[in-house]
Design a protein around this ligand. Structure first.
Ligand code: OAD
Length: 243
């Protein structure tokens, strides 16, 4: 099955890829819903909603500071590198990620849309200006903007809308691609989960890479069961473990 899938990838003119937490699992970044997943240990409504931040910005920032420290120690794995290499092979390409860990960019991906934001960016709650905050650990919790207002993580929380431009690019890519790869996502969170289904309706080949079945596995064309760091280098023809 992987040989046929690899041929489809080689022949594709326009490729869209959707990734989720599973693509970074082999780098050591915790997923959300699997074993040891963040939403099994923490309540999202206490930590990742606008209400939680309004109630207790210190608690929310302590949690993000802990996640930032964890992510800072992680490096891109062969799956990130394979996807970065794929970008230069296709005439049209877009990598759509739900991840906020920046590992795709670290691996060299440039045609990239971050649907859920980025953990290394902050946004002023008064001026809405976005800036980088690389300090690990944070020097001040909660951090403040030069204007005195609180800074918040530039991340999409539950109950918030996704950045319009990122969403627009993602839907356009799903609409026009002839190959859609969906890697390491439980496909439970909308609107990201609807992207591969939209591509399928428009006639694209949809290939899923995941060790476990998901709600969309029976709807995609090809379901490759396994770890992204092993399957993607084999599927995309990059040497395993190559940076
Ligand atoms: P989940 O934790 O829901 O799902 C991770 C998926 O990765 C599961 O389907 C696993 O089977 C799969 N997986 C685990 N290890 C893998 C590996 N080595 N290779 C490939 N796949 C692997 O994470 P997401 O689908 O990304 O949103 O979750 C979507 C959103 O829900 C996240 O972006 C986050 C969360 O709430 C926000 O924070 C806004």
């Amino acid at each position: 099955m992987i040989t046929e899938a690899a041929k489809r990838v080689r022949e594709a003119r326009a490729i869209a890829v959707l990734t989720g937490a599973g693509v970074s699992a082999e780098s050591g970044v915790p997923t959300f819903r699997g074993e040891g997943g963040l939403w099994r240990q923490f309540r999202a409504e206490d930590l990742a909603t606008p209400g939680a931040f309004a109630r207790d910005p210190r608690l929310v920032w302590e949690w993000y500071d802990w996640r930032r420290q964890k992510i800072a120690a992680c490096h891109p794995n062969p799956a990130h590198h394979a996807l970065a290499a794929l970008e230069s092979q296709a005439a049209e390409f877009l990598l759509i990620t739900q991840n906020i860990d920046d590992l795709h960019r670290k691996a060299g991906s440039r045609r990239l849309v971050e649907l859920h934001g980025n953990i290394w960016r902050v946004r002023c709650t008064r001026e809405a200006t976005v800036s980088a905050l690389p300090d690990v650990p944070l020097r001040e919790i909660p951090p403040r903007c030069g204007c005195g207002a609180l800074l918040r993580p530039d991340i999409v929380w539950f109950g918030e809308t996704l950045p319009a431009e990122a969403l627009d690019r993602a839907f356009r890519a799903a609409d026009t691609c002839d190959l859609f790869l969906v890697v390491g996502t439980s496909a439970l969170v909308q609107p990201a989960a609807s992207l591969p289904l939209m591509a399928k309706r428009r006639g694209a080949t949809v290939i899923e890479v995941n060790p476990d079945p998901t709600p969309i596995s029976h709807l995609v064309g090809v379901s490759l069961q396994g770890k992204a760091g092993e399957i993607l280098p084999a599927l995309l023809g990059t040497p395993p473990g190559s940076p």
